[in-house]
Design a protein around this ligand. Structure first.
Ligand code: DX5
Ligand code: ZN
Length: 216
């Protein structure tokens, strides 16, 4: 029921395919892929060519988190690569309804991410159409930051919102500062997909850490 999505941001990029094998063997459910543009967030990572290059090296479904100012420009490209979730930030897009429909028409699941300073209420009129609500529990841009506890309240609000609109299939994902301790209140609040970068890739035993995040 609880899924763990290690964030590739904390992998050793020089040996990426080995890192992917390692977390897949360790029991990861999804691969969380942080695409950053150096504009929306103060960091630059990689884009679709890298995501395409790694697709054949793992069976894990791809959970792409776009931290870019123009996510709509990349929908077709990611759909062609074969990604499961295409998640963009509410703060970047004026026409979120149009973009969500486009993502789904292209055969992907649509997610919307909210920065720590953005209220869940902005999703009221799109919640019925979403496959994922992504609550950021750090300010996006970097791995290894500390968990912001206000995310717990927002997960509860997201859960209520999905119930109100009768959306039983959407998942609530939380991203940032998740480890074997911070996962506890966040799961209790209703999150079912937990992203963890530093905690998983930095662990001496990655399988144990994934299992701890799932079951603690
Ligand atoms: C932050 C990214 C996160 C990040 C999580 O901008 O969206 O996915 O890599 O990393 P940790 O788990 O290390 O906070
Ligand atoms: Zn992320």
């Amino acid at each position: 029921m609880i899924k763990v999505a290690p964030s590739m941001l904390s992998a050793d990029f020089a040996i990426l395919s080995e890192e992917l094998k390692s977390i897949e063997t360790a029991g990861a459910d999804l691969l969380h892929i942080d695409v950053m543009d150096g504009h929306f967030v103060p960091n630059l990572t990689f884009g679709a060519p890298v995501v395409k290059a790694i697709r054949p090296y793992t069976k894990m479904p791809f959970d792409v988190h776009l931290m870019v100012t123009n996510p709509g420009d990349y929908v077709e490209e990611y759909a062609k690569i074969g990604v499961e979730y295409f998640t963009f930030h509410q703060e970047t897009v004026p026409h979120i309804h149009r973009l969500v429909q486009h993502i789904k028409q292209c055969g992907m699941k649509a997610g919307i991410a909210l920065n720590p300073g953005t209220p869940v209420a902005v999703l009221e009129d799109i919640a019925a159409d979403l496959d994922m609500i992504l609550i950021m529990s750090v300010n996006p841009g970097f791995g290894g930051q500390s968990f912001i506890p206000n995310a717990i309240k927002k997960v509860k609000q997201a859960k209520l919102l999905l119930e109100e609109v009768d959306n039983t299939s959407a998942v609530i994902e939380v991203d940032g500062g998740i480890n074997d301790i911070t996962c506890v209140p966040i799961k209790r609040a209703g999150a079912t997909v937990l992203v963890a970068g530093y905690a998983v890739f930095g662990a001496s035993n990655r399988a144990k850490m994934i299992e701890a995040i799932r079951t603690n």
